[in-house]
Design a protein around this ligand. Sequence first.
Ligand SMILES: C[S@@+](CC[C@H](N)C(=O)[O-])C[C@H]1O[C@@H](n2cnc3c(N)ncnc32)[C@H](O)[C@@H]1O
Length: 201
Amino acid sequence: MAVQVAPETEVLRKEVQDRYTEVATKPDQTFHFHHGRPMAEILGYTMDQVDAMPPQAVESFAGVGNPFSVGSIQPGETVLDIGSGAGFDCFIAGEAVGPAGKVIGVDMTEAMLDKARDTAQQMGLDQVEFRHGLAEELPVPDGSVDVVISNGVINLCPDKYKAFEEVFRTLKPGGRLYLADIVVHKPVPDAAKANVDLWTA
Ligand SMILES: C[S@@+](CC[C@H](N)C(=O)[O-])C[C@H]1O[C@@H](n2cnc3c(N)ncnc32)[C@H](O)[C@@H]1O
């Protein structure tokens, strides 16, 4: 069943898609957030992890934390990455689950999906698959995932409650959520909520 969204939600999604299409296709550009290899270093990913990937997997990384600092991933597990971008965390998870496991990256931005699929093929990671979809309507069956990871995405979702409902729908009983995101401790002023640059950053 299609999710009904208010027009402002559609406008916001389009702005987010436009911004992250640029991150995918013009990663050398300056953005008002850190990205790429320097950000991966700041966030504590090991250089062994980063160097195991081709540059195109790293240059469009736009995470805000390191979901793997929350817990480990075991061989054979199924991992879902919500808002997988150019696939950086999916490739780390893909190495961890191994050929007997599965990693599903979901993203709504075609340019990110194209780049991620190309890199997965280059890396020979057949267990890593990318699907087009929304965090609020995941193209993943109920109770099918051992670990949900997400990095810098829920803050971009207009309907955060629905995004979390989807996390719990897709997790198996006893499944884990390794979440890296932005949290505010004070009410966000209306002027800031209306500023699309702040939404998409
Ligand atoms: C800040 S980037 C992070 C990408 C990736 N997790 C990483 O660490 O590099 C946000 C990504 O989430 C995607 N995204 C944002 N809102 C989304 C939504 N509601 N549903 C699916 N994807 C979304 C964007 O297209 C973009 O690729």
